[in-house]
Ligand binder design. Sequence first.
Ligand SMILES: Cc1cc2nc3c(=O)[nH]c(=O)nc-3n(C[C@H](O)[C@H](O)[C@H](O)COP(=O)(O)OP(=O)(O)OC[C@H]3O[C@@H](n4cnc5c(N)ncnc54)[C@H](O)[C@@H]3O)c2cc1C
Length: 492
Amino acid sequence: MTRAAVGHADPAHLPVVVVGGGWAGLASAIELVSAGVTVQLHEMAPQLGGRARGIQLQACDRPVHLDNGQHLLVGAYHETLRLVTRVTGDPWRVLSARPLRLESTDGLRLRSAPLPSPLHWSLALLDARGMSLADRGALVRLMSVLARDRWRVDPGSTVGQLLARLKQTASLNRRLWEPLCVAALNTTAEAACAQTFANVLRDTLGSDRAASRFLLPRGTLSEVLPEPAAAWLTGRGAGIHLRSRVLRIERHRGHWRVTTASDTFDAAQVVLAVPPHSIAGLLGEANAAAIAPLAALHYDAIATVYLGWRTHRHPSAPPLPPALMLVESARRHQYGQWLFDRGRQQDLQLAAVVISAAGRVGELDARMLADGVADQVVDQCGGLRADWAQTVREKRATFRCLPDRPRIESDHLHREGLEHLWLAGDYAWPDYPATIEAAVRSGVHAAALVLASAAHQPAVAGAAGRGRSANPAAKPTSATRPRGPGRSAPDR
Ligand SMILES: Cc1cc2nc3c(=O)[nH]c(=O)nc-3n(C[C@H](O)[C@H](O)[C@H](O)COP(=O)(O)OP(=O)(O)OC[C@H]3O[C@@H](n4cnc5c(N)ncnc54)[C@H](O)[C@@H]3O)c2cc1C
C-alpha cells in the first residue's frame, strides 16, 4: 500500500517520520509532539528502547525481568531526566538516586559529602579510605588542573597520556581512573579520548553533588522511558509502528519517500535515529560520500553477567551494595568491573556484573565469562557462589571513544545537501561518549532542527503556519546544541 497515495496525498499535511525507537528517536518524537507536530515513528524491533531496554531471561526456571545490559545513569543526565519527568510525571517512581559512592573490593572508598561544590570533594578526600597521601594529592592535582584549564586538554591526546602528564599514581590509575574511564567511555584508558573523559569529569565530579549521583532504574530500563514514552506519544496522536523496518529513504518531489516492508509513504522531514552502520543501506550508493564519515566509527562490546542466588537456600546471602567496583584478573578469567544489586524477584536475589570494552575478551565464550565472574564475586565479596549465572553480550554496544573519531552532528546530512534529513543517536553528540544522555540530547537537538526548518516549510503536519517564535523548541538553544567542532567548546 502506498500511504502517500491515500492518506497523505496533500503535501500540506505530511508527517515528520522518526526512524528508530531507541532513546534518541523517542527523545525526538517527544519534543516534536510537544510542539504540535504529527509524528510517525518506525522501529524494526518488536519493542522500543534499542540498546537500552528490558529483556526477560530464565533464571533457575523462573522468568526474570532484567535489561539487555546493566546501565548506570547519573545526575548530570539533565535532558534525560527532563524527558523522563515529562512522560512519567515523577522520575523518582522509575529511578532511584544515591549519592556518589566509589567503593572497590580492594579497599578503596570515596564518597561525596553533603556540602556545596567544591567543598564536597575536600570533605570526601578527608573521609576517603584506601588512598595514600600521594593518591589524594594526585587526585586533587588532576581535578584542579582540569578545572583551571576549563576542562580543555591537549588535542588528540588519550586518557593514558593525560594521567601521565598530571602525574597520577599507579595505584590511583589502576583503582580509580582506569575503571572510571572504561565504564564511562567503553574504551580502555590507553586508547580513550582525553577530551571526552575531561567532559565527563566536568559534568559529574567537577560539578555539584547532585550531578554525580548514581541513578538506577527501579525496574527495567523499558519502564524508565520507552514504555511511558510510548503511552505518552500514542495518547497525543503519534503513530508508533513496531516491527516496521525502514528499507529505503529517497528524495521525491521536494519531500522524502519512505519505504518499509509493507508500506510506502511520504514525509516532510525525517529524523534518522538508527545506528550509523544502518544508514548506508537506507540511503543507497548515490549518497555514499555524505555517509562516508559515519563508517569511521568503530564499535566495541559490553557484556553483562547476571547472577542469581536462591534466597530460600541461602537466606542471608549475599548482602550486596548498590554498586561496587571489582578487581579484574585476566589470568583467572575474572573480567567483572562493576557489580550492581538488582534486588529480588520471586525467591531470587539478583546482581549484574558489567564487563566493558568486552572486545578484549572476545575469545571467551559466554559460559566461561559467566563462570569466571561467579567465581570472582565469591573471591572478592565472600558469600556463596551464585546458583545461576548468564552472560548477555551486546557486540555493538557503543562506538570506541577514540581521540580521532569523527565528530558528527545532527545536521550533517542536511549540510551535505540531503535537506530535512536529520541525524539522532548517541554518536551525534560530539561532546559525550556513547551514552543515554548523548542519545537523548542529540534527539532533542534533531527535533529543534526540524522545528526551525519547519518554520520555512509549511508542509509539516501540525506545524504548518507556525513560525519559529511560536515554537519554544523550534530554535536550537545552547542547551540543545552540541558542543562539537566549530562550536563554542570544541571536543578535540
Ligand atoms: C550493554 C550496554 C551497556 C550500556 N551502559 C550504559 C550506561 O551504563 N550508561 C549510559 O548512559 N549508556 C550506556 N550504554 C549506551 C546506551 O545504551 C546507548 O548510548 C543508547 O541506548 C543509544 O541510543 P540510540 O537511540 O542512539 O541508539 P539505539 O538504541 O541503537 O536505537 C536505534 C534504534 O533504531 C532501530 N533501527 C535500526 N535500523 C532500523 C531501520 N532500518 N528501521 C527501523 N528501525 C531501525 C534499532 O532497532 C534501534 O531500536 C550501554 C549500551 C549497552 C549496549
